[in-house]
Design a protein around this ligand. Structure first.
Ligand code: COA
Length: 256
């Protein structure tokens, strides 16, 4: 299988997935999400792979969010479907993945990009990383599990503040609040991810799988994710969503 938007490499039992749309800061369009679903399905079955590392191409971004140009004209139903399909095929799929998935965050991780990192089991970051959920600045809310997973990882108060202010955290702040577990220079990021994967591979794959399922079970709240899909969809029927997305696409500040 060849991928248009992903670079895949399997080495020493590690499956490396690099999202490769650097000119658009690796923004997640439908084609990227579909390829992510396909590659994760394939790696799940591939016995030569024990750990996955997910990262972004280029030196600027992990993923700068869902592709705003692609959904700016969506209606409420299309908005809800976008969130549901993405959650089911990629974000929940990764969160429930049977092998450890490490996010090596190499720059901007915004909106859907941060949500992608949140769905991974472990996050490490380079010093140039900026993380945030800027959706409310576009007149929408996080729709790929961000309203659920961010509070689970950094606590409700901090997560609510991040979502309501749309503010980005730098790498040091992300480390302080436990959003990432390690920060290293960009040129050390992938070797650090490989070392972390090696440490994990000293342990039983079966036991790691069972541990991941147990950890996830304690946080599973399907109603919260369903509510997020419904509220996300509702944003698409509001004039402030049109204003927020058009302002971004026309490179001006939104007036709410
Ligand atoms: N969706 C679609 N396109 C995006 C994108 C996104 N989420 N993020 C970046 N891009 C595109 C830009 O439109 C631009 O395309 P162009 O060169 O064809 O104009 C290109 O990627 C480079 O981005 P640019 O904004 O020029 O880079 P910058 O260094 O000035 O700013 C960011 C970087 C990350 C601050 C800025 O791109 C941004 O705010 N992105 C959107 C983040 C966001 O709101 N994400 C949540 C979406 S729900």
């Amino acid at each position: 299988m060849t991928y248009e938007h992903l670079l895949i490499e399997i080495q020493d039992q590690i499956g490396w997935i690099k999202i490769n749309r650097p000119k658009k800061l690796n923004a997640l369009n439908q084609a990227v999400l579909q390829e992510l679903h396909i590659v994760f399905m394939a790696l799940e079955k591939d016995n030569s792979v024990r750990i996955i590392v997910l990262t972004g191409a280029g030196e600027k971004a992990f993923v700068a969010g869902a592709d705003i140009a692609e959904f700016a004209d969506f209606n409420e139903q299309q908005g809800a479907t976008l969130a549901q399909k993405g959650q089911e095929s990629v974000f929940d799929f990764i969160a429930h993945f049977s092998k450890p998935v490490i996010a090596a965050v190499n720059g901007f991780a915004l909106g859907g990009g941060l949500e992608l990192a949140l769905a991974c089991h472990v996050r490490i970051a380079s010093t140039n990383t900026r993380m945030g959920l800027p959706e409310t600045s576009l007149g929408v809310i996080p729709g790929y599990g961000g309203t659920q997973r961010l509070p689970q990882i950094i606590g409700r108060g901090r997560a609510t503040e991040m979502i309501l202010t749309a503010r980005m955290l730098n790498a040091e702040e992300a480390l302080q609040v436990g959003l990432v577990s390690k920060v290293v220079e960009l040129d050390q990021l992938l070797s650090t991810a490989a070392s972390l994967a090696q440490l994990m591979m000293n342990n039983s794959s079966h036991a790691m799988h069972r541990a991941l399922q147990s950890i996830e079970a304690g946080y599973a709240s399907e109603n919260g994710y369903r509510a997020e899909i419904n509220h996300f969809g509702a944003c698409f029927g509001h004039a402030e969503f049109a204003e927020g997305t058009q302002a971004f696409l026309n490179k001006r500040k939104a007036k709410f």
